[in-house]
Design a protein around this ligand. Structure first.
Ligand code: ADE
Ligand code: ZN
Length: 332
């Protein structure tokens, strides 16, 4: 039995495995510029975030109908459940679909067909977080939030993703204010490729409650001290950092130093179909390569539920935390 955990940094479009991409392409009559799954996998050699994003957006062409989004989410939830995920707060990128003529309702209702039944089908509770693409305009982000208003009963929060450098958080002040006024939770990617200042700006200008990645905080001791003092969770994604060359090798990942510094770190998969692993694979990788003890892994699992947006259901959070404390690591 795997360690129970929450996944807080997961782009649903990044769970599109090559097999499913080809299946959906055939179903929808979409031509992919790859001969087969093997050929497609040769394109999974990334230089940086942008080279990944190019493929990530290209493959989204196969997602067209509610059923496609339902199948995508169900495939993720089944894999996540098998790796101990008990609760998932799932990002989606509506602007990437609206731009292709796929309506907000198709995306949200399609995902909801899977998420609404996830507890009974997979034993995973879920929330949905709408992300704005930071390399699109602030006006486009605002229009996207307006388009999502009919579906807010299905959406818990907003996030900010896509190409980071050159697109500082402050660009999105207005849409985050509007999201807060609608009662939405707020997170943002910051300090993945961008500088530590973007982390500070996300906190101070956007009012975010969690930082996605936040890796580069380690360059600024005063910022680390603040993140520790304010108990700001960081949703780290170790295998993603290796594949996108944010760190040289997994052995160089600052996770142990971040935990030693007292940061509230969580471990997540980001885009598991592209980066070589789901949540449990990320836990296994950091245990194996970084030599984290069982108690360190338990701390990461505990942090994931502490950092999750379960304030409306503290009883559930207590139950999950009790599962973490009761977990017995296999003797190896
Ligand atoms: N969109 C999907 N994955 C992302 C990542 N790791 N960083 C920024 N935007 C993303
Ligand atoms: Zn991400």
């Amino acid at each position: 039995m795997p360690l129970p955990k929450a996944e807080l940094h997961l782009h649903v479009e990044g769970t599109l495995e090559p097999d499913l991409a080809f299946e959906l392409a055939a179903r929808n009559g979409v031509a992919l510029p790859y001969a087969d799954t093997e050929d497609l996998r040769t394109a999974y050699r990334f230089e940086d975030l942008q080279s990944f994003l190019n493929l990530y957006y290209e493959l989204m062409a196969v997602l067209r109908t509610e059923r496609d989004f339902e199948d995508l989410a169900n495939a993720y939830l089944a894999r996540a459940a098998a790796q101990g995920v008990r609760h998932a707060e799932i990002f989606f990128d509506p602007q990437a679909h609206l731009a292709r003529g796929v309506a907000m309702g198709t995306v949200v209702e399609g995902l909801w067909r899977a998420l609404g039944r996830s507890e009974e089908n997979h034993g995973v509770s879920t929330q949905l977080i709408l992300c704005f693409l930071r390399d699109e305009s602030a006006e486009s982000a605002l229009a996207t939030l307006r388009a999502a208003e009919p579906y807010l009963d299905r959406i818990s929060g907003v996030g900010l993703d896509s190409a980071e450098v050159g697109h500082p958080p402050a660009k999105f002040r207005e849409v985050y204010e509007a999201a807060a006024a609608l009662g939405l939770r707020r997170v943002a990617h910051a300090g993945e490729e961008g500088p530590p200042e973007y982390i500070t700006e996300a906190l101070d200008v956007l009012g975010v409650e969690r930082i996605d990645h936040g890796l580069r905080c380690m360059e600024d001791p005063a910022l680390v001290e603040r993140l520790v003092r304010e108990r700001i969770p960081l949703t780290l994604c170790p295998l993603s950092n290796v594949r996108l060359r944010t760190v040289d090798t997994l052995a160089d990942h600052p996770l142990p130093a971040m935990l030693d510094a007292g940061l509230l770190c969580t471990v997540n998969s980001d885009d598991p179909a592209y980066f070589g692993g789901y949540a449990g694979d990320n836990f296994d990788a950091v245990r194996g390569t970084l030599g984290l003890t069982g108690e360190r892994l338990r701390e990461l699992a505990r942090n994931s539920f502490v950092a999750s947006f379960l304030e409306h259901d503290e009883e559930r959070r207590r139950r999950y935390l009790a599962e973490v404390e009761a977990y017995e690591f296999p003797k190896d």
